[in-house]
Structures are given as C-alpha cells and as structure tokens.
Design a protein around this ligand. Structure first.
Ligand SMILES: [Zn+2]
Length: 371
C-alpha cells in the first residue's frame, strides 16, 4: 500500500463531505471562519490563526480532489462562475487570472452571467476595462471556450458536485485512481524502447516528451497563447508541428531515406507518437536490431538540434550531414555499451561518412552493412 496516496485519499474525503453536507456543525464553523473566500463547494484559504492547522492541511489537497470531482451546474445559482470547478480541473479564475481580476462581479454565480435556452447559451460578462496586447488574445480564447459550451453543460434541478472517478465517492476509488496515475502507464506505452540505459538520459527524456506530444514546436507554442506566423525552418513549405518536423517534412523524408539505406527504418505515415508506439520492441538479437532500437532517439534528436541551429544560430547542415550525425550517435552509444564491436563500428562510420558527408549518397546505391 502507498501510504502517501492513502493519506491524500483520506484527506479528500473531508473535501467531499464539505460538498455534500449542508448543515453539519463543522462545515458551518469552517464557512463562518473563512467566508471571505471560497464558494458553496470549497472553503477559502487559511490566514494562519490558531486551531486551523488541520483544515489548512486538508485544503492543500484541493487540486487533487478537483481532478476527480466536478460541479455539475443546474440552475447555476450555487456555483461561482470564476472560482468553481465546473468545466475541467481548473477554474476560470485559475486559467484566466487577468480576466478574472478585471471582472465587474468576481463572485458572480453562473446564473448571474448565463442566459440558457434549449439551443444555446448566451453570456453576459461585464469587465471594468478593455483588453489590449496579450490580454486581448486571452480574451479571445476565453470567449472561444465559453461560446462552444453546449446547453447540455447545464442540467435541470439544482447545482451539485459529481464524483467522476466512480459511480459514487469512496476513499478506495480515489486511492486506486491516484496509484494508477502514479505507477501505471497506458498499455501500449513503449517504456523499454524510450528508456534505454545506454542512451544519454536527456535524449531519452527528449524522446519521451516527443511521444507525449509536449515538444515545443510552433503548434504547441500557439496553444500556449503565442501568436506568430508559423513556417517550417527545414522546408519553408508548411507550418511546423512535431509530425511534420520528424516525419513528413521533405527534409526529414530525405534524412529517413538516406539513413534507411543503412538501418531498418519504417518512417510510417501517421503521427510521431504512433511511429514510436509501433516501433519494433523485441529484445535486439544482433547489431542490426540494436541500431533499429536506437534509431528514433538519434533521428529525432538530430532533427531537433538541426531545427534549433537553423532558428537560433542561422546555420544549416545538409540531409547527408544529419544522416552521418545520426549514424555517429548510434555507433557511439552501442560501441560504448558494448553492444557492437568498436572496430566494426568505426569501419561502419567510415563507410557511412564516405557515402554521406563526402560523397552525397544515392540511397539506392548504399550498401554498407551495419557493424
Ligand atoms: Zn518542413
């Protein structure tokens, strides 16, 4: 048993009881003490006065609790538009702090601001100021979210808090969710492929970030609120995202083709996450399979470094240079780890160099065997 997770689950039981019990003396006491902040569904912060240390520990787990619980608005009367967790695990005040700070009624309920009909929801949210610069973009995103909320977000009857992790709240259901989050990966997560002991950990971490679709390519930056015209620095023919950069860009395709003459490489046509998921996972049995098992690390890392050099240093390498870099990394990792013979790796690199950097390789003519 994980005692830390069990402790969190037990603490969250109090937060659950706070949402469910109306007239309990302890809840009335806490609401009385912290009525300045907080809502019907959670209490506000602790100002450090005597006798509150227990509750201060409890509300520290608020973020954990609201990942699995959610306010389900009915009439919206009891739910704070800005402060409550009624769409996802972040409140509007947490997601759009500058908007919340400028709201005329920061404590308004949903019902105060929403006009719900069968077909649509109309929002009437007054602000004390007009927005410019970065805040203007925040405002657009804010109203984009609001305007796409369907009327089905609102149920009939009164507001309530629902437990999303199971049919009904239990300490056990929360404990299971927390443990699952901490220890388990999705069934198809290619753990052994990504985390290989002989590849530098920063490059394993890099491939993991790529697999998680968290790499900061232009599309990710735009999702984080940046605004700029996106153009792939490798081919200048398309917008940049991870799938384009590592798979579909004409520059990347040429690199894949060159290196494919030396190492097994099925580029795939889907997303880079799918390619990583579908990559051969069996324990490598010969040098060729060892090369395959490390190719994605070397290839994605080299393309990413090249992309950054072009953007930040203004220098560009050729696809032959990148292919040679990829081969060098693979040979280095496997030779140091003792997976291939060092002399054979050196010979392989010599051939690779003569047919890439020195020669300009025609992939069909490449016949170098792997070490
Ligand atoms: Zn491109």
């Amino acid at each position: 048993m994980d005692l830390n997770m069990q402790n969190k689950a037990l603490i969250c039981k109090w937060l659950w009881r706070f949402t469910q019990e109306q007239d309990s003396w302890w809840k009335i006491l806490i609401k009385e003490k912290f009525s300045d902040s907080g809502t019907k569904w959670f209490s506000g912060g602790i100002s450090g006065s005597l006798g509150c240390s227990v509750w201060s520990q409890i509300i520290k787990e608020k973020a954990v609790f609201w990942r699995f619980a959610q306010v389900k608005p009915g009439s919206g009367e009891d739910t704070s538009f800005w402060l409550d967790y009624w769409r996802g695990d972040r409140s509007f005040a947490e997601e759009f702090p500058r908007m919340a700070a400028a709201a005329v009624s920061p404590l308004a309920s949903i019902r105060d601001l929403a006009h719900v009909s069968i077909e649509s929801v109309h929002w009437d949210i007054p602000f004390r100021t007009s927005f410019r610069g970065g805040v203007e973009r925040e405002r657009e995103r804010f109203f984009d979210i609001l305007n796409t909320l369907p009327p089905s977000v609102f149920s009939t009857g009164s507001d309530s808090v629902v437990w999303q992790a199971a049919d009904k709240f239990s300490v056990h259901s929360l404990y299971c969710c927390l443990v699952k989050e901490k220890y388990e990966q999705p069934d198809d997560y290619p753990y052994k492929l990504i985390w290989q002991a002989w590849i530098p950990s920063k490059i394993c971490t890099f491939l993991w970030i790529v697999h998680q679709r968290k790499i900061l390519t232009h599309d990710s930056l735009k999702k984080r609120g940046w605004s700029f015209p996106s153009r792939c620095v490798m081919c200048a023919a398309s917008e940049e995202d991870a799938n384009h950069l590592f798979l579909h860009c004409s520059f990347a395709v040429r690199v894949w083709n060159i290196i494919g003459a030396f190492v097994h490489s099925a580029r795939g046509t889907g997303s880079i996450t799918q390619v990583i998921n579908n990559w051969p996972r069996g324990k490598p049995a010969n040098p060729k399979e060892w090369c395959t098992s490390t190719l994605l690390h070397a290839l994605c890392w080299s393309l990413w470094k090249e992309r950054n050099r072009r953007i930040f240093d203004g220098v560009a390498n050729t696809e032959f240079g990148i292919a040679f870099r990829i081969g060098s990394l693979i040979a280095l990792w496997l030779a140091v780890a003792g997976k291939v013979d060092i002399k054979a790796a050196e010979e392989w690199l010599r051939v690779l160099k003569s047919r890439t950097v020195d020669g300009g390789l025609n992939p069909e003519l490449a016949g170098a065997t792997v070490p």
